[in-house]
Design a protein around this ligand. Structure first.
Ligand SMILES: [Zn+2]
Length: 136
């Protein structure tokens, strides 16, 4: 039931990421340290507008991929991972997740307890990556 006169906003995770986790902002996109990281250094690149992938222009897609490429360079320099995965959420709010991977990083703790120990908090790694981002 909706109450007349009350503004209902979509509860969107990507529209409500904390500014404390913000790493960079450019070309209509924001880069954040993800607050529910799969791994240390997990970043997410999101358009500032609450739009699905189908509503991003070709030049916005190009810019998003340039940010993914920069995220790769920064994460490789800071964490030297064995690999990097990109996961794309398309709807309702497009989001490019960039996740550093290490051999054996799916541990028994994840399998049995659906939890994963991460050596740094997202706030800590946001700080570290923010510094490296400026130098990339
Ligand atoms: Zn959104």
């Amino acid at each position: 039931m909706k109450i007349p006169g009350v503004e209902y906003r979509t509860l969107c995770k990507y529209c409500n990421l904390s500014n404390e986790l913000l790493i960079a902002e450019e070309g209509g996109f924001r880069v954040y340290a993800y607050d529910e990281p799969f791994n240390n250094g997990h970043l997410v690149i999101v358009p500032k507008r609450h739009v699905p992938l189908t509503e991003l222009s070709t030049s916005e897609l190009y810019h998003a991929l340039k940010l993914v490429r920069r995220a790769e360079a920064v994460l490789r320099r800071v964490y030297n991972p064995h690999g990097l995965n990109v996961g794309l959420v398309t709807y309702p709010h497009a989001a490019f997740h960039v996740v550093p991977r290490w051999n054996g990083d799916v541990s028994f703790i994840k399998v049995f307890f659906n939890a994963k120990p991460i050596p740094e908090t997202p706030m800590e790694y946001a700080r570290r990556i923010r510094n490296a981002w400026e130098q990339a």
